[in-house]
Write a protein of this length. Structure first.
Length: 357
């Protein structure tokens, strides 16, 4: 039915789907799901959004569905509010990148919580496991991929496409490769709308299992431009217990939910600190920040990551890949998230096999 269906639904979303499967526009017609009048359902923090496919429903039918579905679905225990709205245009028009199986964004409600570092760590670890991985550094106001991957060089163009650089088995594209060192960027409005999509459409990514997109923190025109340029398969949200802000994270989740982009889960960074002398992990800001936040928002907590001063120093020096050993505590903590991402790829392969049969 929709891209979200490939990721699995929450309990509330599943209950809503079961109810929609028993409802039809007319007594003799197919159900709203079988007839595909309902494109998707996305639940965030007790708010259930039902997206109507405007190509399969008339305006009177859309108005009728809004009146009928809201009270019916609000009766589900745990649903506090129901929003019935048209399928987002950004999703309707979002294009798949040729040769790229999955596109997953990494996002944070505010800066300084390790979003870009997490993107690099995931890319490096997936590449080590034999995945074909790319990273698009879409944080245009603070591109950091060149530093994190220890890679610098000019971007060349072949047959009208930019050729990404490659480091440690990961294909990379960043505005940082196109700017002179230390040059500030002023890129707003129409420049964002026209410039950012080129990083999706005008890059020769080749065959990739997954493209990780490092988005800027917060919510802005950059996020909307990215989501309109490409169809995303999901988003990972990262926060830190010392900077946990329910409002910051919720605003980001509301934006992605409005655009029918499923959130794969929450990552709590800096949940503990790794002693450089004895290797002991000690809590930094308390032990329940990310867990409580995940529970309030209704997202799975995919990982609690330790802060390693040596790893942070290595990242600043472009030596992240060398220090991120397979036996590092952070790698162990990331395993549930890595398995979640690999699960997406497996479901994609199964879907493709079913289409070919």
């Amino acid at each position: 039915m929709s891209m979200n269906a490939q990721h699995g639904y929450s309990a509330l979303e599943q209950q809503a789907l079961e109810q929609l499967a028993a409802m039809a526009l007319s007594p003799s017609g197919d159900s709203l799901l079988a007839g595909r009048q309902v494109y998707d359902v996305v639940e965030t923090d007790g708010v259930l959004r039902v997206f109507i496919d405007t190509e399969r429903t008339s305006e009177p039918e859309q108005e009728m569905l809004a009146e009928v579905l809201a009270p019916a679905l609000k009766a589900i225990q745990g649903v506090q509010r129901v929003i019935v709205k048209p399928r987002p245009m950004s999703v309707s028009n979002g294009k798949r990148i040729s040769g790229v199986s999955r596109v997953v964004a990494v996002h944070s409600g505010k800066g300084g919580v390790g979003k870009s570092t997490l993107t690099a760590e995931l890319a490096l670890l997936l590449a080590r496991q034999g995945m074909r991985v790319g990273v698009l550094d879409a944080d245009i106001y603070g591109p950091s991929a060149p530093i994190l991957f220890g890679t610098h060089g000019a971007i060349h163009e072949t047959a009208g496409k930019m050729t990404p650089l490659e480091a440690h088995g990961v294909k990379l594209m960043s505005l940082g490769f196109l700017l002179p060192d230390d040059q500030a960027l002023i890129w707003r409005g129409s420049l964002v709308d026209s410039g950012l999509p080129q990083f999706f459409s005008d890059v020769a990514w080749g065959e990739l299992d997954i493209l990780l997109v490092d988005l800027p923190p917060g919510t802005s025109d950059v996020h909307l431009a990215a989501l309109q340029a490409c169809e995303f398969d999901g988003v990972i949200t990262i926060t830190a217990p010392g900077q946990v802000s329910l409002d910051d994270v919720r605003r980001g989740m509301e934006m992605f939910a409005d655009l029918a982009v499923p959130c794969l889960g929450l990552v709590e960074n800096q949940s503990s600190v790794l002693c450089v002398h004895c290797g002991t992990l000690s809590p930094l800001f308390g032990s329940e920040g990310g867990g409580l936040l995940a529970e309030k928002i209704g997202l799975p907590l995919l990982a609690r990551l330790p802060f390693d001063p040596a790893l942070a120093e290595a990242a600043d020096e472009g030596q992240l890949a060398e220090v991120l050993r397979d036996d590092h505590p952070l790698v162990t903590a990331l395993q549930p998230l890595l398995e979640r991402l690999k699960g997406l790829l497996q479901r994609k392969a199964q879907t493709n096999a079913e289409v070919l049969q």
